[in-house]
Design a protein around this ligand. Structure first.
Ligand SMILES: C[S@@+](CC[C@H](N)C(=O)[O-])C[C@H]1O[C@@H](n2cnc3c(N)ncnc32)[C@H](O)[C@@H]1O
Length: 273
């Protein structure tokens, strides 16, 4: 099937600040990827696919990442020609481009990517096509580049994203980690995050599936933290994570993550499909 058939028109709803937590995560943990300048990396862009009716999130990421790498090239991509054209007329400059395009990214062979982000896009279409979408989106990434694909609520208070790493030219991207984030404005319980899993995992939360076992373990870690007196949402969250890590391989206990409402799960062998 042709790549263009993977693209499905969707609404363009977005909001300023929606992906800021993701920007902060990437600045903290992927600064080497965002700043690398050797060889082809000097030209390697951050590509935001499906930026929506206004390119707020693209421009916010551009500002956050350029605090680390002032020369960074940023490309916003939209399936909707009017949205792409309006953004280009209003916001393009020498290092910031807006282009009409789909999952086969509108980049020339000498425009590699370091990070490709596709947030809140994969809402329709057959589930079995998602691995193909991931492969297509990661084709322009240099080896070790990162594809970020996931979902969030409308203001970004709850967000879950796949972090997929391009390891080599011919292999599909490695399903390295799942990143969970909440800012606690909706309180906290692990099931809050289950509702915002990337689309391919949403139906996987059923007995016998690794993602189900993960949420069962997190739920029991969270209940144990609350029973030990950690009842405020940020406290219960932070205290649940070392307990979860003791039961579940690949759960990071890094202090930055805990204090920023983030949990990263990188199971050995990758996130199960
Ligand atoms: C819900 S908005 C998300 C905007 C932004 N990424 C965010 O998270 O707030 C989805 C946008 O993605 C665009 N889109 C959907 N499928 C696409 C595709 N295959 N390639 C490029 N853009 C796409 C839609 O036109 C829409 O404007």
């Amino acid at each position: 099937m042709a790549d263009a058939e993977l693209d499905i028109r969707t609404r363009g709803r977005t909001a300023p600040g929606r992906l800021r937590a993701l920007d902060a995560y990437l600045c903290h943990f992927e600064s080497a990827l965002l700043t690398r300048q050797d060889d082809a990396w000097a030209r390697a862009a951050f590509v935001d696919v499906g930026f929506g009716e206004h390119p707020w999130t693209t421009l916010e990421s551009a500002a956050a990442f350029r605090a680390l790498n002032p020369e960074l090239i940023v490309v916003g991509v939209e399936l909707d020609a009017e949205r792409a054209g309006a953004a280009a007329r209003t916001h393009a400059d020498a290092r910031t481009h807006f282009r009409e395009g789909g999952f086969t990214l509108p980049l020339s062979p000498d425009e590699p990517a370091r990070v490709v982000r596709a947030m809140n896009l994969l809402r329709q279409g057959p589930l079995e096509r998602i691995p193909e979408v991931h492969r297509t989106l990661s084709r322009s990434l240099l080896p070790s580049g990162l594809l970020v694909e996931g979902s969030s609520d409308t203001d970004g208070a709850v967000l879950v994203a796949h972090l997929l790493r391009r390891v080599s030219e011919d292999a599909p991207p490695l399903r390295e980690s799942l990143l969970f984030h909440t800012n606690f404005s909706r309180g906290f319980a692990p099931l809050l995050l289950r509702d915002w899993l990337p689309r391919d995992l949403r139906r996987r939360v059923r007995p016998g599936e690794p993602v189900h076992a993960f949420f069962q373990a997190w739920e029991s870690a969270w209940k144990a933290a609350r029973a030990a007196g950690h009842t405020s949402p940020p406290d219960a969250f932070a205290e649940s994570i070392p307990r979860l890590a003791a039961m579940t391989p690949g759960v990071a206990t890094d202090a930055w993550l805990l204090t920023h409402g983030c949990l990263r799960w990188s199971p050995p062998g990758g996130i199960p499909p």
